[in-house]
Design a protein around this ligand. Structure first.
Ligand SMILES: *Cc1c(COP(=O)(O)O)cnc(C)c1O
Length: 389
């Protein structure tokens, strides 16, 4: 089955629910057991069925079944946010004295978690160059337990050689994790050596900027049980309505992603030709340094990209950003609407590699609006930038 077909069918069992196309939403904390014996039996396999709301209901299981199919893994554990998926996955494998290799271009809250919570627990993090490839072998220590990847990198969009990194990590028995949010549907993590794939479903899976949801997908039963046990211990369980919105979003993800990517490529190509722009960061662009790896490993793209401007005064930049009609200022991405954020300054932190933008940097999300309207919006923005310069 092709990926877009999977998105439509995965996790649906109409024959189990009176023929209804979509699964019902179970709003449940308490689950009643018919006898003491049944209650005791359910405790022997706490993740084997419906026992208590936090461990999952049929709504949870339908979403998890669908996400496992989308990611091409064995089973999924749903979480209350993308960040809960990251922290839940890391803490399922790391304990005091362990060493973590974390990509230097990681999502900023992931870095913050490593530097605060993991450091406090006695787990050491070494940040590595996103472009290190097989060279990661040189950073491995006997106590290296996890190698964490994210590709393309948050805000800076470096494409990693994931298969080379995974091969080096597996050679010394380390677990390879990936934040695969940018590559949902278009990057198949388990075909590229990933053991634990993380999705911030808040972004494209939900797709409408109205719910927080995460997913951790595992390649085999043992890893699944380990992660499920950890996530259950932390209580990172998602709400019933959020799970439903995730399931609902999945059904249209294929067409939405295609449109987001088509618009993004058109905007990026246009932006590359603008005199105000130093660089556009979008792997599908032939000029992007990560283009060859993206072409080798991805089957499509999404609508998220970066732009580095030539030097500009802050007041002129603010005049450009404050008055866009469609590119509104807001965190997160993957919803139907276009967004922009300035990423200069504190939001891009590097400790293993240098990040030297020529001028102010921005992150854009190309939404589902008509691309002509979005181009006109960008053009009017440059007119404001130039007028204020
Ligand atoms: C947004 C985001 C997350 C966190 O997801 P939340 O649902 O907001 O917690 C994790 N990774 C990446 C790459 C993201 O963009």
């Amino acid at each position: 089955m092709k990926n877009d077909t999977k998105l439509v069918h995965a996790g649906r069992h109409p024959e189990q629910q009176f023929g209804a196309v979509n699964p019902p939403v179970y709003h449940a904390s308490t689950i009643l057991h018919p006898s003491v014996a049944a209650m005791e039996a359910s405790g022997k396999t706490p993740f084997g069925g419906v026992r208590y709301g936090r461990f999952g209901t049929p709504t949870t299981f339908a979403f998890e079944e669908a996400m496992a199919a989308v990611e091409g893994g064995h089973k999924t554990v749903a979480t209350s946010s993308g960040l809960a998926a990251i922290t839940g996955a890391l803490l399922a494998f790391l304990k005091a004295g362990d060493h973590l290799l974390m990509v230097d271009s990681t999502y900023f809250p992931t870095r913050k978690f490593c530097d605060s919570v993991l450091a406090g627990l006695g787990i050491e993090t070494t940040y590595y160059d996103p472009l290190i490839g097989a060279g990661i072998a040189g950073l491995m220590r006997p106590e290296t337990r996890v190698v964490f990847t994210e590709s393309p990198g948050s805000l800076t969009f470096e494409v990693q050689d994931v298969p080379a990194i995974a091969a080096a990590a597996h050679a010394v028995g380390a677990v390879v994790m990936m934040d695969n949010t940018w590559g949902v549907r278009t990057f198949q993590p388990f075909r590229h050596g990933i053991d634990v794939s993380i999705q911030a479903c808040t972004k494209y899976v939900v797709g409408h900027a109205d719910a927080m949801l995460g997913a951790i997908t595992l390649g085999d039963e043992d890893t699944w049980l380990r992660v499920k046990t950890s996530v259950a211990a932390f209580g990172h369980s998602p709400g019933a309505d959020e799970l439903y919105l995730g399931l609902r979003g999945l059904r249209t993800l294929g067409v939405r992603l295609a449109r987001h990517a088509e618009t993004a490529l058109r905007l990026c190509t246009w932006l590359e030709g603008r005199p105000e722009v130093a660089r556009v960061l979008y792997p599908p662009l032939p000029s992007d340094p990560g283009h060859a790896l993206w072409k080798r490993d991805f089957d499509g793209a999404c609508g998220l990209f970066g732009v580095i401007l030539k030097p500009a005064a802050k007041a002129a930049l603010d005049a450009m950003l404050d008055h866009y009609e469609h590119f509104n200022l807001g965190f997160s991405w993957g919803g139907f609407e276009s967004l922009v954020i300035p990423t200069t300054g504190h939001s891009i932190i590097r400790t293993a590699t240098a990040w030297r933008p020529e001028g102010p940097s921005l992150r854009f999300h190309a939404g589902l609006e008509d691309a002509d309207d979005l181009l006109a919006d960008l053009e009017a923005g440059f007119a404001r930038l130039n007028a204020a310069a």
